[in-house]
Design a protein around this ligand. Structure first.
Ligand SMILES: CC(C)(COP(=O)(O)OP(=O)(O)OC[C@H]1O[C@@H](n2cnc3c(N)ncnc32)[C@H](O)[C@@H]1OP(=O)(O)O)[C@@H](O)C(=O)NCCC(=O)NCCS
Length: 201
């Protein structure tokens, strides 16, 4: 866990919210993460999986995510318990033309960790990290049925630039998906609008 100070939830002054970028997890933390992930999948989203995967498959996925150079894993904790995660995906080294951008994917909070502001905090941490790594744009996409997530992303300033009508298949139904981007500011030097040659309103 990083040394960052936890944030107090608005819901309860005693509730502590943490989001950390992790490169390793203890057995105990991995178990909590896998449980949170399956709980989110069962409830209906946040991952490409539609059916719960169980500990072994999820553990392989997360251990892989921590090993792949282009991926960074963030975990969200509520009073110390891992209740969600998100991944920052950077372009591969051969994609010089899109080196300025990165993607936020697989973001979810388990039902038992929701409503405390953790998703908002987690997304902001991913944005801060992406900006610190020099990325100027963060991309993401989401099923149109994830209405709460859409509200969270739009509330954080993500701009919808398109909708894919055949984005996903969930239990035999085709589901559309929305595509978003957000310009990131590095906090020093030239603004993203200047660098990218964009008008920023
Ligand atoms: C979307 C999700 C990540 C939100 O997690 P969360 O930790 O409960 O969200 P937060 O507590 O940070 O809330 C963020 C905002 O969403 C709003 N919100 C949260 N739950 C809500 C609900 N059930 N109904 C309406 N608004 C809701 C909050 O009010 C807050 O807005 P505010 O600050 O203006 O009040 C969570 O519901 C989830 O995992 N959903 C399924 C997976 C998913 O859709 N992932 C994203 C696609 S990749």
């Amino acid at each position: 866990m990083s040394g960052k100070t936890p944030m107090s939830s608005a819901a309860s002054r005693k509730t502590e919210l943490w989001v950390d970028r992790v490169t390793e997890l203890s057995e105990h933390e991995m178990a909590e993460l896998c449980e949170a992930t399956d709980a989110a999948i069962i409830e209906g989203g946040g991952f490409g999986w539609v059916e719960p995967q169980g500990r072994a498959a999820l553990e392989r996925h997360f251990r892989g995510a921590m090993l792949v150079p282009e991926r960074e894993l963030f975990v969200a904790r509520l009073d110390g318990l891992v209740v969600g995660s998100a991944q920052l995906v950077r372009p591969p080294r051969n994609n010089e033309a899109q080196a300025f951008s990165a993607s936020l994917t697989h973001a979810y909070i388990a039902p038992y960790g929701r409503g405390h502001g953790l998703a908002r905090l987690m997304i902001r941490r991913v944005e801060e990290r992406a900006a610190a790594l020099g990325h100027r744009v963060l991309n993401l996409d989401v099923r149109e049925t994830q209405e709460i997530a859409i509200g969270v992303f739009e509330g954080l300033g993500y701009i919808r630039w398109g909708t894919h009508p055949a984005y996903a298949r969930v239990r035999g139904q085709t589901v559309a998906g929305h595509f978003y981007y957000k310009l990131l500011e590095p906090g020093r030097g030239r603004s993203t609008g200047q660098v990218m040659g964009l008008e920023v309103g």
